[in-house]
Ligand binder design. Structure first.
Ligand SMILES: [Zn+2]
Ligand SMILES: [Zn+2]
Length: 364
């Protein structure tokens, strides 16, 4: 079968032919890949800044944002049947007995760093015509979400963040109101999905992103009823003047300088969520000012990565709600679909579109 793999030695990514995977235990499921989303993490994997092939292999099959269709189930699998649509989780637990998060089913909080991640870290991904997975790591998706469920995994980042924010804010027992104000930094897929999740949760949300208006991301934002403010045209102080300070800042740009600059927009008792992983940057931070702001305002700065099983369930449920709230909105986030042969050009941006690129393996 066809697969897309990166070969670290030759520094290349290409379509290869590999044997079809088979069930090796009664708890496994064989899945036909329908679609795989491409994101910044994939770019880092291809550029070998992040991730590695499975132990003893010279290549890694890429892809972690996947939608597939069940074709075969092991005899002990009761909750799935052929024809079901499924989204796989990405991270698998480390083998250490002392890692309590992994042993409790929360490998997203693994403390040893010895976890694997399909398509990223020492485990093959989903950019292949078929894959085999334990039923435990698959989430069933309703048929009506066929066209958009490939967005489940990037949405889980926001679901986990919102769950953590809600948990942190139970520190304010008097605070009963729904939502508050939110600012999202970066109008890429993670930012736009995050904004939709925040709006759905009742936050009055603003998108703050680099490109001056007009541009396709601003149009996309505004079509969702999400005001768009360009960071090139408006400094953080102006953003605050226009939109007020934010109870939640959701950073999804991966640029440290503007990420920290936006700290000024955080309201007292607010939570700042970082989701982006920056490259190396030279910066000038006023550490004293930041420390004072955090202490004097009871603020929480939170980093988040990966997601738990309940975040995948929440993401699937939210995709259904988003479709009802913004008809056609999720569909417009997917700005291009490509064949596997174009993977290298899509991931490096030569053939990439302006929001979300998807690789299509099967139209079934
Ligand atoms: Zn991704
Ligand atoms: Zn662990």
């Amino acid at each position: 079968m066809k697969a897309v793999a990166v070969f670290p030695k030759g520094r290349e990514v290409k379509v290869i032919d590999v044997p079809e995977p088979r069930l090796r235990s009664p708890t496994q499921v064989r899945v036909r890949t329908l679609e795989v989303g491409v994101c910044g993490t994939d770019k880092e994997v291809v550029e070998q800044k992040h991730g590695k092939p499975p132990e003893g292999e010279d290549h890694l099959i890429v892809g972690h944002e996947c939608l597939g269709e069940v074709v075969e189930v092991g005899e002990q699998v009761k909750n799935l049947a052929p024809g079901d649509l499924v989204v796989p989780r990405v991270r698998r637990p480390c083998p250490r007995a002392e890692c309590t998060p992994c042993r409790a089913g929360y490998s997203d909080f693994c403390v040893t760093g010895e976890y694997t991640e399909r398509g990223i870290q020492a485990a093959h991904g989903f950019c292949a015509e078929l894959f085999v997975e334990e039923a435990l790591y698959l989430h069933k998706v309703p048929r009506e979400l066929r066209g958009v469920a490939v967005l489940t995994e990037p949405l889980t980042i926001a679901e986990k963040a919102l769950r953590e924010v809600a948990h942190v804010q139970t520190r304010m027992p008097w605070e009963k109101k729904e939502g508050g104000r939110a600012v999202v930094l970066g109008a890429g897929p993670v930012g736009l999905l995050g904004a939709m999740a925040l709006m759905r949760a009742g936050f009055q949300t603003t998108m703050y992103s680099r490109a001056p208006k007009p541009n396709p991301k601003a149009e996309m934002s505004e079509s969702l009823g999400l005001p768009y403010v360009s960071s090139k045209q408006h400094r953080v102080e102006e953003l605050v003047k226009q939109r007020g300070r934010a109870d939640v800042v959701y950073e999804a740009a991966g640029v440290a300088s503007v990420g920290f600059e936006l700290m000024k927009a955080l309201a007292p008792n607010g939570v700042y969520v970082f989701t982006g992983v920056p490259g190396s940057e030279e910066g000038e931070l006023d550490e004293g000012e930041l420390m004072k702001q955090w202490v004097m305002n009871n603020q929480v700065v939170l980093g988040t990565v990966n997601a738990a099983p309940e975040d995948f369930e929440a993401a699937v449920a939210d995709l259904g709600r988003f479709r009802a709230k913004w008809p056609g909105g999720l569909e417009r986030l997917i700005t291009a679909r490509h064949p596997p042969e174009d993977y290298a050009e899509v991931v490096t941006g030569r053939k990439g579109s302006h929001i979300k690129d998807i690789i299509v393996f099967s139209r079934g």
